[in-house]
Design a protein around this ligand. Sequence first.
Ligand code: GDP
Ligand code: MG
Length: 174
Amino acid sequence: MDQKIDYVFKIVLIGDSAVGKSQILSRFARNEFSLDSKATIGVEFQTRTLVIQHKSVKAQIWDTAGQERYRAVTSAYYRGAVGAMLVYDITKRQSFDHIPRWLEELRGHADKNIVIILIGNKCDLESQRAVPTEDAKEFAQKEGLFFLETSALEGSNVESAFSTVLTEIFNIVN
Ligand code: GDP
Ligand code: MG
């Protein structure tokens, strides 16, 4: 059945390879998770339509094509994006240490009013944690980003992460 769409919001996922970007997207768009996900091939996006304050909002979420390995995410990827999810893996310190670079790249390419959330994924692996929650919280606060820890595997906070970004964008345009 046809559904009236009031808004389409483009959201981009960025962060190092293997932090769980594709699985976060798969969890949000299809409520699926795969432990042996192949590296993403070809730039692609998935969509999911939600209702925010009685309006239907189509989230068009873009996933990198494994380009993160060569730091070759192109400006076309960022074009028109109104939201961004900056993802690291809480068990991989390096993926968190690279966040400032991703943020710089994002700020260099995207609209200055873009809504950004920092996401510490794989919080189901608490025993292997390498990034204290406080460090990330502090960084997010300093940079004016939203922040949440998620688990694409368990599904925890994935919905909240997207709704935080989408609601903030919705409030900006309304
Ligand atoms: P991407 O390169 O950032 O897109 O990362 P993927 O989504 O392909 O995930 C990389 C690996 O981490 C895969 O083996 C996933 O199954 C695994 N993974 C992703 N999210 C989680 C999570 O929340 N918890 C755990 N334990 N593993 C995860
Ligand atoms: Mg991927």
